[in-house]
Design a protein around this ligand. Structure first.
Ligand SMILES: *Cc1c(COP(=O)(O)O)cnc(C)c1O
Length: 235
């Protein structure tokens, strides 16, 4: 299957899931996750309408993003950082990406805020939450809920970061249906944060990947991050 055919099929499934949930599919952003795939694959996806592209590593992105942007008119793709970001790479991330979905500590947020200020930039972010408290995953720890809320209270006022919502990576489960409670919990947490911190914008819920995006949409996802179903298996 070609990237064009794959994208067509994914869009159809997004449409179906949105309909089941009684939601307009226009409120769901499809991020095509191109990690490990070459610039040519990204250009192919762009040709058939992909405008939001996700990468998970700053090093890899620092080669691919300039190459893709040079082949297009500037500013046509919105680049999402979706992978764990080390603080020493915050500067690179802030200059390369349009949105960082993987802000997972207060210290990282503070470092990014300084880097963004130096570049006179405002950077949209999502807070990554470890909903299942999986020790192998990054993200704010919800077991330490009071500490999380204290961190959020300090991130909200950072002038060069713009919170837009939450991101999570679903658990590794046998069937997508088993991921549903985790997505539901992220949505509940978002609603709670919107109450507690009304000055910030909590619109986005980034949840759902190749194996579970339909369920995530049924539970309110506004951003799905899809790699394999579009670009194929990663080697
Ligand atoms: C790789 C990745 C994705 C896409 O995963 P697929 O299973 O290929 O759809 C989504 N989110 C994050 C954070 C990733 O690292």
């Amino acid at each position: 299957m070609s990237i064009a055919e794959n994208l067509g099929r994914v869009r159809e499934q997004i449409e179906n899931a949105a309909q089941r949930a009684g939601r307009p599919s226009s409120e769901i952003t499809l991020v095509a996750v191109s990690k490990t795939f070459p610039v040519q694959a990204i250009l192919e996806a762009y040709e058939v309408g992909a405008r939001d592209i996700g990468e998970n590593r700053v090093e890899e992105a620092s080669e691919k993003i300039p190459a893709v942007n040079a082949a297009l008119e500037k500013g046509k793709i919105r680049w999402h950082l979706i992978g764990h970001l080390q603080r020493r790479k915050a500067r690179g991330a802030v200059t390369l990406f349009d949105i960082v979905q993987s802000v997972d500590t207060l210290r990282l947020a503070e470092t990014m805020n300084r880097a963004a200020a130096e570049h006179k930039k405002q950077i949209p972010i999502l807070l990554q939450v470890n909903v299942g408290n999986d020790p192998n995953k990054f993200g704010f720890d919800l077991n330490a809920r009071a500490a999380f809320l204290q961190d959020v209270a300090k991130i909200v006022p950072l002038a060069n970061l713009q919170i837009q919502g939450l991101m999570t990576i679903g658990p590794l489960v046998a069937g997508a249906e088993q991921a549903r409670p985790f997505f539901r919990e992220l949505r509940k947490l978002r609603d709670e944060l919107a109450q507690k911190f009304p000055k910030a914008n909590w619109r986005e819920l980034s949840m759902g990947m190749t194996d579970d995006y339909a369920v995530a949409i049924e539970e309110g996802a506004t951003i799905v991050r899809i790699g394999r179903a579009i670009f194929g298996q990663r080697s």
